[in-house]
Design a binder for this molecule. Structure first.
Ligand SMILES: *[C@@H]1O[C@H](CO)[C@@H](O)[C@H](O)[C@H]1NC(C)=O
Ligand SMILES: *[C@@H]1O[C@H](CO)[C@@H](O)[C@H](O)[C@H]1NC(C)=O
Ligand SMILES: *[C@@H]1O[C@H](CO)[C@@H](O)[C@H](O)[C@H]1NC(C)=O
Ligand SMILES: *[C@@H]1O[C@H](CO)[C@@H](O)[C@H](O)[C@H]1NC(C)=O
Length: 302
């Protein structure tokens, strides 16, 4: 009945104590290699040298293997019988940083620096997600940024390798009126302007002017119509101006926004609005004109 207990004790001894006495570098546990003794021509069994060291002198019938530490900038990663340590021959290139310094047991290792990922032996900058799309997964040293078109109810108005699509703001939650619904390219635009009364003094008109400008510039109308409106807003002398092709909507909208802001004048807001209504008519944007009148309760005649 004693026997099983002794067995248990014995295996406990083996598993617990043996690792303690088999430290790296311990000759008793070292891998070996065959070496011919220079004097006696006898084949000997020599101990290998542990990682971080090399064979300074092979064993002989007189002495065991003489292991010495690797000099600086050199390494041996494994048990070995090398007569020289290996040179740390990895160098970090452009847009790389050291992931593992050169030491006695490891070669230098590199990885792409922050903002770059490894592709075909190069470190390439993480892509930015263009406006209208946002980051789903941030880029890593080994993978590019992953983008997705902004889902309904969210937007991204810039190019970024870190920004996700943001939810549209909710005007009523801010106690404001909805002016322009959000798209995947821009946020919902809110305003405190309920109606545009030409008699209202500052600052009411400033807020309303801004609202009118946003309302017109961010209408969901075709690029062609946006351009027509742009032309209709030009002064006669710049009327024949050539618009740079090809342009995207966001760029034209931005230009339009700029032009309208240029034309606006809080002191003379009714004149500005009249000009705008005329331009809308000239550009045959009658539905937009009607919507604008309705939205801001414009009773202005021209
Ligand atoms: C060398 O670097 C490795 C990895 O960082 C580390 O595990 C090891 O302890 C280092 N060796 C020495 C001798 O510093
Ligand atoms: C992009 O827009 C977001 C939200 O409007 C802003 O936080 C971020 O700084 C912008 N990024 C760039 C690169 O302009
Ligand atoms: C906006 O907020 C209001 C009040 O907080 C809420 O009733 C409404 O459902 C919200 N609208 C959206 C589109 O989230
Ligand atoms: C804008 O108009 C296009 C076509 O007229 C339509 O497909 C799209 O859904 C509209 N976008 C918004 C945000 O209303």
């Amino acid at each position: 009945m004693d026997l099983p207990v002794q067995n248990v004790k014995f295996s406990w001894l083996v598993s617990t104590l043996l690792p303690l006495v088999s430290m790296p570098g311990d000759a008793g546990n070292a891998p070996t290699y065959s070496w011919r003794d220079a004097e006696t021509q006898e084949w000997l069994v020599c101990n290998q040298c542990p990682p971080g060291t090399f064979v300074k002198q092979h064993c002989s019938h007189r002495s065991p293997t003489n292991c010495q530490p690797c000099p600086s900038l050199h390494y041996t990663q494994y048990w070995n019988y090398l007569e020289k340590c290996r040179y740390c021959n990895v160098f970090c290139g452009e847009h790389e940083e050291e992931a593992q310094a050169c030491n006695a047991t490891h070669n230098r290792a590199c990885r792409c620096q922050l903002g770059y990922y490894a592709h075909a032996d190069f470190c390439i900058e993480h892509s930015a997600c263009p406006p209208g799309s946002g980051v789903v997964t941030l880029g890593t040293p080994t993978q590019n940024t992953q983008c997705q078109p902004c889902p309904k109810g969210t937007f991204s108005d810039n190019s970024s390798s870190t920004e996700r699509c943001q939810p549209h703001r909710n005007c009523t939650a801010f106690g404001m009126f909805l002016n322009v619904p959000g798209t995947s390219f821009h946020d919902t635009m809110c305003t405190r302007c309920a109606s545009f009364l030409s008699s209202t003094p500052e600052p009411g008109n400033k807020e309303c002017e801004k609202a009118v400008i946003d309302f017109v510039a961010f209408q969901n109308i075709s690029l062609k119509r946006l351009r027509k409106l742009q032309q209709a807003l030009e002064t006669p002398d710049s009327w024949q101006r050539e618009w740079p092709e090809p342009e995207n909507r966001a760029a034209v909208q931005k230009e339009l926004l700029h032009r309208l802001t240029e034309l606006s004048d809080p002191q003379e807001s009714s004149i500005f609005v009249l000009k705008l209504l005329q331009a809308l008519r000239k550009a045959k944007l009658t539905t937009l004109e009607k919507n604008l009148r309705k939205r801001f309760l414009l009773a202005l005649k021209d």
